[in-house]
Ligand binder design. Sequence first.
Ligand SMILES: CCC(=O)Oc1c(C)cccc1C(=O)O
Ligand SMILES: [Ca+2]
Ligand SMILES: [Ca+2]
Ligand SMILES: [Zn+2]
Length: 319
Amino acid sequence: VTGSNAVGSGTGVLNNAVSPLNTTLASGSYYLQDNTRGNGIFTYNANNRTSLPGTLVSNTTNAFTATTNKAAVDAHYYAGKTYDYYKSTFNRNSYNGSGAIIKSTVHYSSNYNNAFWNGSQMVYGDGDGTTFIPLSGGLDVVAHELTHAVTSTESNLIYQNESGALNEAISDIFGTVVEFKYQADKADYLIGEDIYTPNTSGDALRSMANPALNGDPDYYGNRYTGTGDNGGVHTNSGIINKAAYLIAAGGTHHSVSVTGIGVDKLGAIFYRANTVYLTSSSTFSQARAALVQSASDLYGSTSAATTTVKNAFTAVGVN
Ligand SMILES: CCC(=O)Oc1c(C)cccc1C(=O)O
Ligand SMILES: [Ca+2]
Ligand SMILES: [Ca+2]
Ligand SMILES: [Zn+2]
């Protein structure tokens, strides 16, 4: 909408206080339209139907506290945080580097246990209340989805088999790196923990530290070779996620010891690989080479970081 920039507040999915919330005032109503980031962040409501994008979320006041708006408040705010991560860390202006409008839709369909980037926008279900609560309530989830958009404009990793698992892992990695940056007090190497199984504590959709907790592989020799889930993109991502965990936090896996270098360097190395070296058909082995080269470019060929990347991939059986 055409209006004036405003700064409001709101309540999120977990009844978390959200502030500041960048909104637009137009004709006496406030809209979840943030004009301060790139060409804007726009958050919509699908009203439990499946036509997109739905209706731009509005409120009579600049306090978005109504229950019906909690998913939208988090989707909007967390998209802004993810924008801020890419802009402040890599000077990347939105997912395409040129300020592309960021669109999110919440309340998609009914009892929808999914979130996705549809090639043009982010889409969030409300969950069925048992497996998931509204999925935009997790910062790692929102950053995961927006990172799919970054990947699509960079390496454009094909969403199947090894390139698809790399695509998925890159989204999990940046979901986690963004969580460490903006939710340091509760950051972890779990994915979706805030919105997964409200009746069970301590679990998550995936674990980077221990993929096996969810039955996902953490070693190349144990990869899934079937056709389900586009060739196991959310399963074999565990191999790359484990390597990423070892790169950041360190550890010993399959008798290979890795010295951790922290999440900031993890993000820098994967960002350079995704923007400079990876291609749409990259395999795990080619990703190892891309990441070693990226670490070498950034920190030196004999640096601790480069050694750590090599050891982490050896630890998960990727050479
Ligand atoms: C961490 C976010 C995530 O994995 O979202 C998905 C869900 C919940 C179901 C199916 C696909 C995705 C995805 O974005 O890959
Ligand atoms: Ca997490
Ligand atoms: Ca849970
Ligand atoms: Zn994904």
